[in-house]
Design a protein around this ligand. Structure first.
Ligand code: GDP
Ligand code: MG
Length: 371
């Protein structure tokens, strides 16, 4: 439980410290300007003096309800592809593995087409889709999760068979565990003469990851990003893991998702890649993303093609933002632009107030929420 100083509370409420002290005395609390008030006292006196505090909370709650939209009935849900993040120690082969996985797709259908980079790729494997995020795993987990966004369904933990478990391997395991995301292990570089997959299995067992073939429940696939060995088995394992998770979403409702990257493009203005969590995102849709808003002018898929819509689990580049959003921001389709603008503006206003009061040390909103 926390406390707030009388003068800070007065500041936050926009009243004179004297006035606040009078109120406190009326409540039977004898306090000076430098005195700390406990939570209950602060809330009581703030409610008496600062009706706006209550109003703000209600308004924010209302906005959140609007953004949340309707709940999806179980019947409305259909299967969606898994979203996968690749994690692991530096140089264990994360980038090589992603490149190799992407190459399976290029040879299949694109005849050497150069793909535009949008921060995620959709792989088709035996009529099933798997979405890979390009963001280095740690960033995807730490920065996005810090902002309350969870976009990953499955983590691929890459461990080099000639090197074994290293500090960032352990970090990755901890991130995935904290996020409650299942891990599929790719024991990489098995083409090397000094590769020792069993040593990797043994080391991982010290961190609670027991290989299936050893009676545990972690799928571990020996692979080589260099030769391509085991890549099919890895994709198969990811599909299997997705089936276990029974990933589903309503693909007909107005879309919701998360910004996974954003940049200011010289020619096109603010563009961002959205990972759709549910619903169908369409050209012309009006949206709020964090504290910015807009109308979808164009959608571009991971192959650089313009598309009219994007469904659950799909990454898609969106044009039409009024300003640049941030990775980790929520992205929500709304019925009308006025509403989108008003919510974005209110959020921006709140952010501004928060950073102003952060400068002064205490934010009443934060304070009341924290306790
Ligand atoms: P990252 O830091 O985890 O993204 O690792 P990289 O993909 O950049 O790979 C680091 C180094 O390991 C590079 O020199 C790769 O060529 C090499 N490498 C990656 N995968 C394999 C593999 O399966 N076998 C071999 N022999 N080398 C690999
Ligand atoms: Mg890399």
């Amino acid at each position: 439980s926390g406390s707030i100083m009388v003068k800070d509370l007065a500041d936050q409420l926009g009243v004179k410290a004297n006035e606040l002290i009078k109120r406190l005395i009326a409540l039977g609390v004898m306090a000076g300007v430098n005195q700390e008030l406990d939570r209950d006292t602060a809330v009581i006196v703030a409610t008496e003096l600062g009706a706006t505090v209550e109003e703000r909370a209600t308004q924010e709650e209302q906005e959140e309800l609007i953004l949340q939209g309707e709940d999806d009935s179980p019947e409305s849900l259909t299967e969606r592809p898994p979203v996968v993040t690749v994690m692991g120690h530096v140089d264990h082969g994360k980038t090589s593995l992603l490149d190799r996985i992407r190459a399976t797709r290029v040879t299949q259908s694109e005849a050497g087409g150069i793909t535009q980079h949008i921060g995620a790729s959709v792989i088709e494997w035996h009529d099933r889709k798997v979405v890979f995020l390009d963001t280095p795993g740690h960033e995807a987990f730490t920065s996005m999760r810090a902002r309350g966004a969870q976009v990953t369904d499955v983590a691929v933990l890459v461990v080099a068979a000639n090197d074994g478990v290293m500090p960032q391997t352990v970090e990755a395991i901890n991130h995935a565990k904290a996020a409650n995301v299942p891990i599929v292990v790719a024991i990489n570089k098995i083409d090397l003469p000094d590769a020792n997959p069993d040593k990797v299995r043994t080391e991982l067992s010290n961190y609670g990851l027991i290989a299936e073939e050893w009676g545990g429940d972690t799928i571990m696939v020996p692979v080589s990003a260099r030769t391509g060995e085991g890549i099919d088995q890895l994709l198969e394992a990811l599909i299997l893991q997705a089936d276990i998770l029974e990933l589903k979403a309503n693909s007909h409702r107005p879309a919701q998702g998360t910004i996974i990257e954003a940049k200011l493009d010289k020619g096109r203005g603010p563009v961002a890649t959205v990972l759709v969590a549910k619903g169908l995102l369409k050209v012309g849709d009006v949206f709020v993303a964090g504290s910015v808003y807009g109308r979808v002018r164009a959608l571009i898929n991971d192959r650089g093609q313009r598309v009219k819509s994007a469904g659950p689990s799909m990454p898609v580049e969106v044009l039409g933002f009024n300003q640049l959003p941030e990775a980790g921001d929520d992205f929500v389709i709304l019925a009308d632009e006025k509403q989108a603008k008003s919510i974005a503006d209110a959020r921006q206003e709140r952010l501004k107030r928060q950073s102003e009061s952060a400068g002064r040390g205490v934010s009443l909103d934060d304070f009341l929420q924290r306790l």
